[in-house]
Design a protein around this ligand. Sequence first.
Ligand code: ADP
Length: 644
Amino acid sequence: MVRPSARIASSFIGAALTLAVGGAGWMAVRTLDGATERVEHTVLVLDGFQNLFEYVLDSESSQRGYLLTGEERYLAPYRRGIARARTAYSDLRRLTSDNASQQARLDTISTALDAKRAELDSTIALRFRGDVTGAIGLVRSDEGLRATMTIRRMLAAAQGDEQGLLARRADARDRARLMVILIIVPGALAACLLTFAAMRREQRDLDYQRATNEQLEEQSMQLQDQAGELEVQASELEGQVNDSRALAAELDRTNVNLATALEDSERSRRAAEVAENHLSRLIEQAPVAIAITRGPNFVVEAANPRFHDVVGKRELVSRPMRDAVPEIVEQGLLDALQSTYHSGTAIVKDELAVDFARGENGTPRGGVFDFVYQPLRDEQEVVYGVAIVATEVTEKVQERRAIDLLRVAADEASRAKSEFIASMSHELRTPLNAIIGYESLLRQGFVGDTTPQQNAFLERIRTSADHLLGLIEDVLSLSRIEAGQVDVRWSIVDAHEALKDAAGMVEPAATAKRLDLVVEPVEEPIILVTDRQRLGQCLINLTNNAVKYTDVGQVRLRARLDEDDVVFDIADSGIGISSDHITKIFDAFWQVEQSTTRRVGGAGLGLNVTRRLAGLLGGRVAAQSTAGVGSTFSLRLPRKRTET
Ligand code: ADP
C-alpha cells in the first residue's frame, strides 16, 4: 500500500501539473481565440471593401440601364446599391476604427462616393426629365468615372493593407493553434498517465483494502465466534450460578426436610420400637412354635415358649440346632432346614409326624406338625438364617381321622340299608303281588260267586294292596337313587305323548272323583331326548298327587317349550299348599299334616323321588300354589341330552 505522505505528495504534484497544464491551455486557447477573431475581423473588412465596390458598380450599371431605356424598373437596383454602399461604408468605418490609415482612405472613399452619387443622381434626374443628351453629356464628363476610379484605387490600397494584415494574423493564429496543441496534447497525455497511475494506485489500494476487509471480516467472524463462545460460557456460568442458587435453596429445603425427617425418623423409631415390642410379645405368646436360627449350622438365636414346649425343656439359645435337638437329623428336619438355607425359598411341610424328646425325663413323644421353614434375608437380600414355625395339629388330625372312619362306617351302613331296602322291597312285593292276584281271582268268581259285602272287602284289600305296592315302589326307587343304581336310558320322547300316557294311568282315579283330567293339545310336536321311563314316573307322581289333592274341578296337563327346555305343567284346582309348607314338600317322608293327607294316604316320598329323578335327567321340579285354590307343579327338562 502507498504511504499517506507519498500519496499526498503525488496528489499534490498531479494537482499542480493539472493546474499548470490547464492554465497554460486556457491561456493558449484564449490567444488562439483572439488570433482567430482578428483573422475573421480582417476577412470581414476585406469583404466589406469588396462589397462596397460591387454596390458602386451595381448602382452604376443600373443608372446606365435607366439612361438607355428610361424604364423605371432599372432604378430599383440603383437605389438598393446606393443604400447598401452606404451601409457597407458605415460598417467599414466601424470595423477599421482602430486603423488610422484605413480611416483616412475611407475619408477619401466617402468624398468619392458622394461625388459618384451626385453624378448618378444628376444623370438620372436629367433622364427622368427626358434630357437624354444632357444625361449622356454628364456621363461623358468623366466626373463619375473619376470618382469610381478613386474609389477603386482606395479600395485596392485598403484591401492590400488588409491582405497583409490577414497574412500576419493568420500566421499568429496558426502559432496560437500550434501552441494550444503543444500544451493540450502532452497535458492530456500527462493527465491520462496521471489518471492511469492514480487508477492503478487506486486499484492496488482497493485490492489491499479488499484483502484487508476480508482479513478484518475473518477476524470479525472469529471475534464473533469467540463472542458467541463467551456468551455461551457466560450463560453457562449464569446457569451454574442459578444452579448453585437453586442448590443453595435446595440445601435449605433439604435442611428443613432433614430436620423434619429426623423428627419423622425419631417418631418412626419409636413406632418401630412399639411394633417390635408388639411383635416380640406376639411371638412370645403365639400358640405356634417359633425359633430363629442363624448361619449354616442353624445356631438358635431365639425360640418362643411354645417352641420349648414342642421340643421339650432343654437349652436351645446359642446352640446349633443339631446339637440342641439331635432327633431332627434322623427325621429329615435338618435336611429341610438346609435346603431352605441354600435355596432361599420357603418350605412348607404339612402334617408331619415327628418324635421329640419331650416326654417325662426327655423320653420321645410323637406329634403331628405343620412346619414352615422361612429363609431370613439381610438388607442385601443374602440369606443369613432360617425361621422355623411349627404348629401342632395332632388333635386336629386325630379328629379328622375319626371322622373319616365314621364316614366310611356311615357309607357302609347306608349301602347296607339300601341293600336291605332293596331286598326287603322285593320280599314284600312278592307276597303283595300274590295278594293282589288272589283278590283278582276271587273278584272274577274263579272260586264261586261273592256276596256284595265280600266284594266290598275285596275292594278294600285291593286299594290297600295298591297303596302298599306304590309305597314299596317309591321306597325302592329312593334307595336305588341313593345307592346310585339308577341308569338313565336316553331316547327320543314326544312330550305330549308322555303326558297322555301319564293321564291314562291316573284316569280311573280322576273319573272316580268326577274330576276333569285334561291334556292340552299342542300346535306342533315337542320332542326331547330323555329317559322315557323316568319321565313317565315323574309325570305319574305329579298327576297322581294333583288328583289325590283335588276334590272338585279339574287337573290340566300341558307341555310347552321354554328356550332350550321342555316344561311340563300339572295344574289342579285342589286344596293347594300354604307358603309355610311349600318349601318342605320335596323333602323325603314329609307330608302336610291335615285331614286330606291322612285320608288319601301316602308316605311323603313321591315328590322327593320326582325331584331326584328330574335331577338325574338334567332338570328340576318346582311348585306354585295357593292354599284353597290349587297348585301347579312344573317339571323342567332340557330338550337335548345333558351329562349329569
Ligand atoms: P305323598 O305320598 O304324601 O303324596 P308326596 O311326596 O307326593 O307324598 O307329597 C308330599 C306332600 O305334598 C303331600 O303329603 C301333600 O301334603 C303335598 N302335596 C303334593 N302334591 C300336592 C298337590 N297337588 N296339592 C296339594 N298338596 C300336595
